[in-house]
Design a protein around this ligand. Structure first.
Ligand SMILES: *Cc1c(COP(=O)(O)O)cnc(C)c1O
Length: 411
């Protein structure tokens, strides 16, 4: 945690807890580093579904080429928050309304997932022109990764790709710029490069055999984030250097990447407080304000969320302060389910009722994937730490949820 973040976390009034704290200054440094590591012919898009907090999007806007959105809600939200930023619309199961909306909004790219979707788009196109990438479900071995995105309902098999190619060739308004792949999630830099190399070799020979002028390949996101080692971040310089070598073999190609998690995971903190410490059947539990209904990440990914303890020495009760010392402690939330575990049996020097706990790496797939309504506990408050102020003004205390904004914009 940067010292400025620590000061903010320690100074939050108890009534503000649980709180999400987004370190926009840290985020800006991080995305600058990513951009600097990438060769010129690599365009960086941010996958908005990782975290679509308005001030996060505005902070990123100056440092990325554009945003990848995966629904009509995200499309409208990104349009409203960062007007004018290029938007690529992907994701399975696009409705006719969403496709129309993308055409009306002038989406910079549409990532087409199937022949049916392509035909729907053409039916809605009229005399407009749209740039598309066809998403390919390439059968490649991605090794032992956290999540293989290929082989499922995403994109199309090479046979259907050829059918789509023939369809696009008959409709002048559909400009086929290239192919899209998002085949794996959780890869570190070297295996990621091997995958990109395979994908581009395949795409190149596919295009050559069919006389397609392949201008662009989007190789997706999925850059690895290691929750067991918060300090060991994805090696962007290694990826950038490797992409440079690969691109030298593809002189006319622009490469796109669209990471989400690896961009924003580190800027977010979920800050809460110990409500109770107890011992049951030889195990120590710290019950925290909030829980996985605010931070579902550890439950979704089945990991221990890393955290820091911020001691609070103000104890005014006339009885002994409950505490755990030099022992493994399980950190749970307020939900009435044994699954509400944020970190399981972690060795802790000292944890007392009233101490604060700041969960790290809560900036991606955290608040926005959580089941907020379960048990009707109050929502967390939101705070943005912003040295340079590119993130724009404060949006008040209301939780920035894409769905809420979408509802407001469309109601
Ligand atoms: C979710 C998603 C991403 C972002 O993945 P991360 O693991 O967050 O980097 C990029 N592209 C597509 C198509 C996705 O579905």
């Amino acid at each position: 945690m940067r010292p400025e973040t620590y000061d903010l976390v320690a100074a939050l009034p108890d009534d503000d807890l649980p709180a999400y704290v987004y370190d926009l200054t840290g985020l800006r440094e991080h995305v600058r580093g990513i951009r600097a590591a990438l060769p010129d012919r690599v365009e960086l898009l941010y996958a908005a579904k990782a975290n679509s907090d308005p001030r996060i999007l505005r902070t990123l806007a100056g440092h990325v080429h554009g945003f990848e959105v995966a629904s009509g809600g995200e499309l409208d939200h990104v349009r409203a928050v960062v007007p004018g930023a290029p938007v690529a619309f992907g994701g399975p199961g696009k409705t006719p309304q969403e496709l129309s909306r993308a055409l009306d909004a002038g989406a910079e790219r549409l990532h087409i997932e199937s022949e049916h979707e392509l035909r729907l788009l053409i039916a809605l196109l009229g005399d407009r022109t749209v740039d598309v990438l066809l998403r390919v479900n390439l059968p490649v071995d991605v090794g032992r990764v956290a999540l293989a995105m290929g082989g499922g309902p995403f994109g199309m098999d090479p046979v259907q790709l050829d059918r789509c190619l023939r369809v696009t060739e008959t409709v002048p308004g559909i400009r086929l710029r290239g192919l899209h792949f998002h085949l794996a999630s959780g890869l570190q830099a070297m295996p990621h490069l091997l995958l990109v190399d395979k994908v581009l070799a395949w795409a190149g020979s596919w295009a050559r055999d069919r006389g397609v002028d392949l201008r662009e390949v989007n190789v997706g996101g999925g850059m690895g984030v290691d929750y067991t080692h918060p300090a060991r971040r994805f090696d962007w310089p290694v990826l950038g250097a490797g992409l440079g070598r690969i691109l030298a073999r593809h002189p006319h190609l622009t490469l796109r990447i669209e990471p989400g998690r690896s961009v924003t995971a580190y800027c977010g903190w979920y800050v809460t407080q110990v409500l109770d410490v107890k011992f049951s059947r030889a195990r120590a539990y710290a019950v925290l304000r909030g829980g996985t209904h605010h931070l579902r990440t550890p439950a979704a990914k089945q990991h221990d969320q890393p955290f820091e303890v911020i001691p609070d020495d103000s104890w005014h009760r006339p009885w002994d302060r409950p505490q755990a010392r030099d022992e493994p402690v399980t950190l749970v939330g307020q939900l009435c389910t044994p699954k509400d575990v944020l970190a399981d049996r972690i060795m802790i020097e000292r944890l007392r009722v009233g101490d604060r706990v700041a969960f790290a790496m809560a900036g991606a797939y955290a608040w926005n994937i959580s089941h907020h309504a379960f048990l009707m506990h109050p929502r967390p408050t939101f705070h943005h730490l912003d040295g340079d102020g590119e993130g724009g003004g404060d949006d008040g205390d209301g939780p920035p949820v894409a769905g809420d904004t979408y509802a407001r914009l469309t109601s």
